[in-house]
Design a protein around this ligand. Sequence first.
Ligand code: DC
Length: 226
Amino acid sequence: MNTIRIAIDGPSGAGKSTLARAAAGALGCLYVDTGAIYRTVGYYARSRGLDLKDGEAVAAVLPEVSVEMTYGEDGLQHMLLNGEDVTEAIRLPEISLCASAVSAHPGVRAFLLEMQRKLAREHSVIMDGRDIGTVVLPDAEVKIFLTASPEARARRRCLELERRGTPQPYEEVLREIEERDWNDTHRPVAPLRQAEDAVLLDTTALDFQESEAALLAIIRERTGGA
Ligand code: DC
């Protein structure tokens, strides 16, 4: 059976992971959250007390880092850092900017590239990130650029942080989103941008159900209803 590759890129907080996970469930694909692997490297670099903007310093510790992605009995993606499950730890708000900083370094991106491609060779995947349609899986059957206004994304992120018991003021969340947008779109290597053959889905005015329906409609149209 041929595998199918669905690439979803977009800025932070656009709902990529929630929507991609739901769509993967509906389509029977593996959901791969690539942000989690950058978070894992960011988490490690931070725990070593490195200057995360120093590409050489970060690249120098990569040989000490083993990043593995496993799928638990709960069906959820778990991240292992040198054998330790860091799935929860990498979600702490302070790790977001660490991930964004380390992800700008070419050495880090090269280190993680093959791991992502291997997953897509072995499984039908819905993979979300920043450069999946442009760099990781340029031949993906379906490419979607999922976005929403910074304000809508900040409001959603605030609700999510509240639910997790780690609330943060709206202004702070909006500032972080804008900072990450800037970092992720202005780095020289694999910047966040819409692939030429990607379909744009803007969820600013859509709720979750509407966004999911729109996403599935694009996927079905592109895969001939598969
Ligand atoms: O999707 P996320 O918020 O968990 O991603 C964290 C950071 O990782 C994000 O700010 C940019 C980086 N990232 C990346 O550069 N390329 C990817 N494919 C996924 C994430």
